[in-house]
Design a protein around this ligand. Structure first.
Ligand SMILES: [Zn+2]
Length: 142
């Protein structure tokens, strides 16, 4: 089994790659200088005014707006079942579609606070593992 450090990310510019487990990963989006956005994933040009966009750190926390558990035969080496959902980010009024942690399916519920994690998840379709961002259950606050 390859170590996470040797596994390539599914895409670049979508999430930060922390050097160790003590630093939380963040999603990356984009916004233009006219104040449109942020958008996720980051587009090359602003979809509202076509200006170039700069990178925006979208943070690493959100709450579940909606989700589903997928029990059909999974693609790309995903586990069966796996889950996907819409997450309302905490730091921006932005809803993103993302994989959810398949190890905490029983804890998922609408409104639940989640945090981003990045790790080996699935493959590239030919068996090569990839790092993917997914949201997992955040620790309950005090
Ligand atoms: Zn714009």
């Amino acid at each position: 089994m390859a170590s996470p450090g040797s596994i390539r990310p599914v895409a670049t510019g979508v999430f930060t790659m922390p050097p160790d487990d003590t630093t939380a990963p963040h999603l990356l989006g984009g916004a233009c200088d006219r104040g449109h956005g942020p958008f996720f994933p980051r587009p090359t040009y602003c979809p509202r005014c076509l200006d170039p966009v700069h990178e925006v750190d979208l943070g690493g926390h959100g709450t579940i707006y909606s989700y589903t558990v997928v029990r059909t035969r999974p693609p790309l080496g995903f586990p069966q079942p796996y889950a996907v959902g819409y997450i309302d980010l905490e730091e921006y009024p932005l809803r993103v579609f993302c994989l959810l942690d398949p190890t905490c399916l029983d804890e998922l519920k609408i409104g639940r606070r989640l945090r981003l994690r990045v790790g080996p998840f699935g493959d590239d379709g030919s068996g090569e593992p990839l790092l993917r961002p997914l949201f997992t259950v955040a620790e309950e606050e005090g």
